[in-house]
Each structure stands twice: as C-alpha cells, then as structure tokens.
Design a protein around this ligand. Structure first.
Ligand SMILES: Cc1cc2nc3c(=O)[nH]c(=O)nc-3n(C[C@H](O)[C@H](O)[C@H](O)COP(=O)(O)OP(=O)(O)OC[C@H]3O[C@@H](n4cnc5c(N)ncnc54)[C@H](O)[C@@H]3O)c2cc1C
Length: 348
C-alpha cells in the first residue's frame, strides 16, 4: 500500500522533537510531528531549567510564556544532615513538564506545524525512502526520519537493536501547597552512586531518586527518613546516563534528545541537550549539512560529563567533595564552580 510522503517525519513531541519541528516550520520546511500521547501528557522529570536551558529557550522560542517556580538555592544533605546551601547567581526555573511541553507544542502548532497522535510501530527502508507503519494502520514515507522518541526509542532500536537504555529513576509528584521553596539534593550510603532530589514546581513538588541499582524499597524508606509524603503513586523512567555512544548515524536518520543519549550523566539534565540537538537536526536538513558535525559540541560534552560522573561517584572522591562543602573557605570555590557548570555556554 502506498502511503503519504512527507519530507521529514519526527517521532516524539518532547522538547527535542518539538524544537526540531519548530525550527523546520520557521524555515518553511515540510515536516510532520507524531506522538503516541494526547497532550497535555505526563512526563517524569524534575523540570529544572538551568541558565543554559533558559538561554536556549529564550533564543529559539522568543517571548515564550510559561508557569514556573524561581529557585535561587540548592540545599545539599548527607542523609538527614544539611551540609551546605549553594547560592545560584542566575537561579533555576522549575516547571511541570506536563504543562511546559504542551506550551512548546502549542508554539509549534501556532507556527503552522502539523501534528498527529499515533504510535509508530514499524520502520523500513526501501530504495533510500523510509517507510513507517503506524498503530492506526496508516502508512507514511519520508526522506528524513528524526528519532525524538525518548529512552525507549523505536528509531534507535532500528539502527542499534541492542542498546543500553540507561538507569531507572523513580519519582513521585506531590500536588498542593508546598513548604519547600528550594531544590534539595540528598546523598546517602544507601545509594552510593546516585542521589535523591526534591524540585518544587508550580503544582507542588516532585521527589525522585536514581542510582546504578535503583530500588523502590530504598526510595520509600528514604522518603520516610526525610519526613516526605509517600501517598502518591511511584513512577519509573529510564534516564540515558551511561548509554554507549557508538551507534551508527545515517545521514537521513537522526537521533536527538534522550533517544540519542544526550543527557548529563552527573545531574540527569537533558532538556537543553534535547532542545539543542533538535535544533541541530533541523539545521542540518535546512542547510543540507552533516548532523554529526553540527551536533559534535553536544555529543562531546555528554561524553565528557559521563567521564566526570564516573570520577565524582568514586566513593573517596565523593567523600572529599562533601568534606570540601563543609569547609567555608573551600565552599566558596565549589559554589563558583557549580554556577559555572550551570551556565556553561558550550551549547548555545
Ligand atoms: C526522573 C527524571 C528527572 C529528570 N529531571 C530533569 C531536570 O530536572 N532537568 C532536565 O533538564 N532534565 C531532566 N531529566 C531529563 C529530561 O526529562 C529528558 O532529557 C528530556 O525529557 C528529553 O526530551 P526528549 O524530547 O528527548 O524526550 P521526551 O521528553 O521523553 O519525549 C519523547 C516523546 O516521544 C513519544 N514517543 C515515544 N515512542 C513513540 C512512538 N513509538 N511513536 C510515537 N511517539 C512516541 C513519547 O510519548 C514522548 O512524548 C529528567 C529525566 C528523568 C527520567
């Protein structure tokens, strides 16, 4: 059966896919965005937008209006004991992803972008054309396929059948009046290679945790220990922290955002990487340039952060970090480094 042909099809309407589509449509390029979910949809995420992410959002989505909480401090704990408070020069905005992604999608639609709700279930290539079968039975063909379909990416599976999806994170969303106005990060001997976090947002807060051996009982015990509510449902999602990066690229099939493994392994931050890799994929189509070259800065920084993460969570180094944080004279330097890391201009 012959399907409809569209030059570029983007699978996944998270920040990566929407930014790719938005950039294409702004440049009068034909594209179609497909997502399995009806929006607004839930997305497990702390929703932290660092100064780096904010600059990208301001540049690409000029004048975008969305609900957020302004956070200017991050409290660091070792178990129940507070170690220090980082003061953020520019602050972090925290958003509820359900609303934020919906706002981005509305911007894309307002620019004239096309969007359908469906699940891409099969990918094939014939004579240089990509054929997609959707769960609804629809058949589509395209010249360029963008995999923006997150950690369980069907596009990545197509070009790299055995891939590591990363580590599991658990999270709870707590709605209602929130006494917690800052971000909190808890290190604990129960999860030596990870941490538990609390991010306030316009609805309340999210509390999440992940490490190499994420365990729901440890998560729930920790909530009790820190005096946090454990009423709501615990949900889990992969975060592509230690994925292999040696998958093949094809000029006409590109992986962006979580589907490409573009996440900071130290912090789990992925929104700016998703936005930037989405923009890069679009620019490579518009200008007929090599995505690998254009996206190299994102690729390089993610690899560098993966190496740093392995060092940071090596127990003696982690212990030294917490020791330095407790020493007022040394803490000033660490606080400066934290601000530099959050504002890093490498992707803008
Ligand atoms: C617990 C947790 C906390 C996090 N906290 C932060 C944070 O505070 N700050 C930050 O910057 N990053 C954070 N991240 C990372 C961030 O959420 C991701 O990096 C970001 O969402 C990636 O965006 P994306 O567009 O690549 O994918 P996603 O936002 O995951 O979007 C993928 C989309 O693809 C769709 N899809 C999937 N398969 C198909 C299919 N077959 N057909 C059609 N549609 C499909 C899905 O429905 C989804 O809408 C966190 C991640 C986790 C798991």
């Amino acid at each position: 059966m012959q399907g409809t042909h569209i030059k570029t099809i983007i699978i996944g309407a998270g920040p990566a896919g929407i930014t790719c589509g938005y950039t294409l449509v702004k440049n009068e390029e034909e594209c179609l965005l497909i997502d399995r979910c009806t929006f607004p949809r839930e997305k497990l995420c702390g929703g932290g937008l660092t100064p780096r992410a904010l600059r990208l959002i301001d540049r690409i989505y000029e004048g975008l209006k969305y609900d957020y909480c302004q956070v200017n401090t991050v409290d660091l704990y070792k178990s129940v004991n507070k170690i220090c408070t980082f003061r953020l020069d520019t602050g972090i905005r925290t958003v509820a992803r359900k609303d934020f992604d919906h706002t981005l999608l509305k911007e894309y639609l307002a620019k004239g972008g096309r969007f359908i709700t469906d699940i891409v279930s099969k990918i094939e290539e014939k004579n240089g054309i990509i054929h997609l079968t959707l769960a609804s039975g629809k058949m589509l063909t395209c010249n360029y396929l963008i995999g923006a379909d997150g950690t369980n990416s069907i596009v990545r599976k197509y070009i790299q059948p055995q891939f590591d999806r990363g580590i599991i994170c658990l999270e709870k969303t707590v709605a209602g009046d929130n006494p917690i106005k800052d971000i909190r990060v808890y290190f604990d001997d129960a999860y030596p290679k990870g941490y538990l976090y609390i991010f306030p947002n316009p609805w309340g807060y999210v509390v999440g945790y992940g490490n190499g051996n994420t365990d729901i009982d440890i998560f729930h015990e920790s909530l009790e220990r820190y005096g946090l509510t454990n009423d709501n449902k615990t949900k889990g999602a992969y975060i592509p922290t230690f994925c292999k990066f040696d998958y093949p690229f094809y000029k006409h099939i590109m992986l962006i955002g979580d589907a490409g493994g573009y996440v900071d392994s130290m912090t789990g931050e992925g929104i700016p990487h998703a936005i930037k890799s989405g923009e890069n994929a679009a620019l490579s189509i518009i200008n007929d340039t090599d995505f690998r070259e254009l996206n190299k800065p994102v690729f390089d920084v993610v690899k560098r952060r993966m190496k740093m993460c392995l060092i940071f969570f090596y127990p003696p180094i982690n212990k030294l970090f917490l020791y330095i944080c407790k020493r007022p004279s040394l803490f000033i330097k660490i606080n400066r480094k934290v601000n530099q890391a959050l504002t890093g201009r490498y992707m803008i």
